[in-house]
Design a protein around this ligand. Structure first.
Ligand code: SF4
Length: 280
């Protein structure tokens, strides 16, 4: 028999400003109905949203060369290197830029310091779209993901360090502390998005008030994975699920369940999880 009595949401969770804006940009493109619509990579790291748009005719491409002339191509919240936009425009595509304003600010900063002769160090996941995009705004950037990798760098001259918007502040601080010792002329740029840290803080607070926790979001969503790791570190039982179908049966052993969700998790998916828990 289920022991679930209470379901509590984290104070901050779900779609962030950038994701809401990118999804809104795609909605606008679909509603115009004057040409084919493509997204360069999945619009957000959420399979449900991607398949909903696919059923409305939106296609996901991985290279700008796959977009036909006259099509509308949506740039997702992570942004892309400048060269990609140029390729799309040269092919006659209509580019609709859904890049998050905070990512645009990071791109401008990288471009500025690179043009001033700073060597660019980017801290984050080299395979992540945001990092690939940022790297495209610098001359010979170095991408690292840990303090240990920072220790191994050989750098001279002015260095600018910036991070992926979704990494943890303490991990970034560790990398910066290492670089400070190695680089006398170091410019540290703070670019971690508060949407991420607010969700992290709200989750830690939530974990102190519940018996178990579900983190809802796409398996490929970096910020959802971070939320899951944060919940695990608090020591309470927790699971990362993509949607209501993945709620583990063991959850019924706990009385008060906490919910949090990544920045690319739609409200409808969160509601479904909540409804399913209530019916268990
Ligand atoms: S997490 Fe922050 S930087 Fe990233 S898309 Fe959302 S609002 Fe923008």
């Amino acid at each position: 028999m289920s022991r679930i009595r209470n379901i509590i949401r984290a104070d901050e969770m779900g779609f962030c400003l950038g994701v809401r804006r990118a999804v809104g940009t795609l909605e606008d493109a679909v509603s115009v109905e004057d040409s084919e619509v493509y997204t360069l990579g999945p619009i957000i790291h959420n399979p449900r949203v991607v398949s909903d748009f696919a059923s409305r005719g939106v296609r996901t491409i991985s290279k700008p060369e796959e977009a036909p002339a006259d099509s509308r191509v949506i740039i997702r919240a992570h942004g892309v290197p400048l060269q990609i936009k140029e390729v799309l425009e040269s092919r006659g595509c209509r580019v609709m830029d859904g890049t998050c304003p905070k990512v645009i600010a990071s791109q401008k900063t990288v471009k500025k310091y690179s043009s001033l002769g700073y060597h660019t160090v980017i801290v984050g996941d080299a395979d992540h779209g945001e990092i690939k995009g940022l790297a495209g705004y610098a001359e010979n950037p170095i991408v690292i993901s840990s303090a240990a990798e920072a220790e191994a760098l050989e750098l001279d001259g002015p260095v600018m360090v910036i991070s992926q918007t979704t990494i943890k502040q303490d991990e970034y601080d560790e990398v910066c502390a290492v670089l400070k010792k190695k680089c006398p002329d170091l410019k540290i740029v703070e670019s971690i998005c508060s949407a991420t840290s607010k969700r992290q803080e709200a989750l830690v607070d939530l974990c102190g008030r519940v018996d178990a926790c579900l983190i809802i979001g796409g398996r490929d969503s970096a910020n959802t994975q971070r939320l899951y790791l944060t919940a695990r570190e608090t020591g309470i039982p927790c699971w990362h699920i993509q949607d209501a179908r993945e709620i583990p049966s063991e959850i019924t052993r706990y009385e008060t369940i906490g919910l949090s969700a990544g920045a690319s998790t739609p409200d409808a998916v969160i509601l479904e999880v909540e409804d399913r828990l209530r019916s268990m």
